[in-house]
Design a protein around this ligand. Sequence first.
Ligand code: NDP
Length: 234
Amino acid sequence: MSRSVLVTGGNRGIGLAIAQAFADAGDKVAITYRSGEPPEGFLAVRCDITDAEQVEQAYKEIEEKHGAVEVLIANAGVTRDQLLLRMTDEDFTSVLDTNLTGTFRVVKAAARKMLRARKGRIVLISSVVGLLGSAGQSNYAASKAGLVGFARSLARELGSRNITVNVVAPGFVDTDMTRVLNDEQREKIVGQIPLGRYAQTAEIASSVRFLASEEAAYITGAVIPVDGGLGMGH
Ligand code: NDP
């Protein structure tokens, strides 16, 4: 059965791999993008998730063209790394506004229709650093840890309506976000990963797709690490 799927930040990186995985399985996939040319093969809606008005408009367009969103993957996220004493209010609040409050905005808009339909799947993309912590990323780690409390609260709130809410916590994945690291930093990180390598984006996408599938109907409030063992024990 073809479902209406929305992947925020589905225009590149992990989000694009997730969007592709759902499209390959025959779902109707909408993605958000902020600028430039979005990839082909999806319903691309221009939307900055820090802007409530744009989120509302995006849902309107998707609902008109694909019907109400049945599967939401809240993937859009940013980093603005800085050590604490150099971190400005703006560094902190802008990362929280995208990663946590932005996710709240898109989830709320999807949940309204899911509640009415009495079914739905929501997957939030967190990060291994939300659980492990990461020097220089206190804003990012706080936002990603916040997603866990957010998801688990919603799992309790929405469970009786057959809506599952889960979190995928990737480790290091080869995308634009991690390409800013230099060779020395990369080597250090890889040395700490039991599987000894970065993840491919498709390896994150397959777990996301599983959580959105019928086979995962009894999984909610879970945090699934897809991190090559980097964060195990949390
Ligand atoms: P990229 O930097 O490659 O892509 C980020 C995506 O988020 C882009 O599509 C971008 O859109 C979108 N985005 C950012 N801000 C906004 C906004 N305000 N409104 C709408 N869309 C926005 O990152 P990745 O693919 O690597 O990361 C995807 C998710 O996975 C993020 O949440 C990230 O934190 C998480 N993650 C990544 C890891 C990694 O190692 N790469 C590890 C763990 C988690 P645009 O093109 O318009 O900028």
